[in-house]
Every structure is written in structure tokens, then in C-alpha cells.
Design a protein around this ligand. Sequence first.
Ligand code: ASP
Length: 288
Amino acid sequence: MKSLNWPLIISTWNFGAKANRVAWETLTRGEDPLDAVEKGINVVEKDPDVTSVGYGSIPNTDGYVELDAAIMSGPTHKAGAVAALKEIATPISVARKVMEKTNSVLLVGDGALKFALKNGFKRVTLLTEKAKEKWLKRKNQERVKKVDDNHDTIGLVLLDSRRNIYAGCSTSGLAVKISGRVGDSPIIGAGLYVDNEIGGVAATGTGEQIMMFCGSFLIVENMRRGIPPQEACDAVIKRMASKGQKEWVGFIALNKEGQYGAASLEKEFPYAIYCKKGEAIQKSKVCE
Ligand code: ASP
């Protein structure tokens, strides 16, 4: 069982490492842990080389980049999210504003954009030449349901020195997704979930499947029953597999004791950890 002290940050994929670094610096400067989550994720959102999150993402079938993000705070048990948000490079920051400034949890499409602009966010052209090229290539591949390498959400879960838990996630969803499609990431309980007494979870992979199992919520509920994070993730992946689900999914989980784990279906994925002892990239456990 992997066990470390707190604070501890875990994030999905290799790009999680740079999100963790910024989150760690922010946290250890004494800033609000939610700032740490937000600023960490912002780094990946603003990176044009990451074509599955924020600026420079691969667009949907109609050529529009539509972004999804969510944030959740353990101590307040509040969440905020945006879905199908266009023209804003940092959807996690808009999600945080939804959480802190409205009585709503999820704003979508034009309403989310209007809210963002009203709150000082600037319109940007999210589509880069690189993403456009990839999009054209993929469109020609007649992609319907096939899972390919062009989907990866940044999901980050943070346990601070007071043992409070926070999580955030941000994505452009599946590459060349059908226009209007929203994945798991902005759905609380699917793309992420936090219970401050128990732990936090974030997901990556085929959102449809994650949503149909309330994946992140279910893992937190497993942990509530005393199951360690690794086994709690394994159990949900196995349940998906037992019901014949074939699309790729992965989860990272962290509990209040500073234990963590990650599992995925059939194929491993890297995830990044950061703690006092340093940083590392680890591989998820593959379950079938
Ligand atoms: N979960 C994201 C979605 O379905 C994509 C991914 O993480 O690969 O929108």
C-alpha cells in the first residue's frame, strides 16, 4: 500500500507533474489550497502543446474547441463546474467562480461564456494551427466511438497540511467529439468527487462510461467503507469490466491518511505525485 504524509498532491498523466509543481509552490507559500489546485491546472490549460486541455485543444466535429472543468472543496463540500465553454483558456478558473459566486454548480455553453466575460475573463482563440491539423487528420479517420490517444484530462487531488481535501479537473473531452457532447469532467461524482472526511478522486478516459458508473463518487464511497484508495479504484474498474464496458478509463484516488492509488482499464496510464519527499511519476494498476 502506498502511504505518505501530507501535504500530498496527485495528478493524472505526465503533464500532471508540472501542475503539481505549481500547486505545491502555491500551497507552500501559504496560499489558499484552492489557489493551488487552480494555478496548477492553469499551467496545463495554457500549454498549447497539450491538445486535450484548454488552449490549443482539438476541436469538436464542427471545429469549435469546447471545454469542460470542475472544482470541489472538501471543507465546504461545494463544487463549481462549466461545460461546453468556448473561447476561455482557463475553464477551471471559471468553474471556481461558479462555485464561489453563484448558487449554481454547473453552467454550460453560452451562459457559461457570458458568466466568464462578466467576471473579467478574456475571450481568446483557443484553436491553434497544430490542433487544427490534428483535427483535420482525425476527421478523415471517421472516428465514431473509438478511443484513441487524443483525450486526457488533467485531474488533480490535493491533501493539505490540515488534512483538508480539494480536487479539480479540466479537459476538452474526446477529440473530435460530437458537437454539444459533454463528458464526465464537469459532472460532480463522475469526473471528480471529494468528501472531506474520506478522500478525493479524479477521472480520465471515456467520460460516458465514467458517468454511467458515477465513477469518482463510487470510489470515494468504497474508501468510506475502509477500502484503501488503490483497491477502491480497482473495484470500480472491475465493476465496469464485469458489465462489459470496453472503453478506456482511469482514476486517481487519495484518502485522508495520505494513501493514494490509481487504476485503469486494460492499459496503464502515468500519474504524478508530489510530497515533502519529492516528486515522482507512477503507473496506474491495470484491471480487467
Ligand atoms: N474524460 C474526458 C471526457 O470524456 C476525456 C479524457 O479524460 O480522456 O471528456
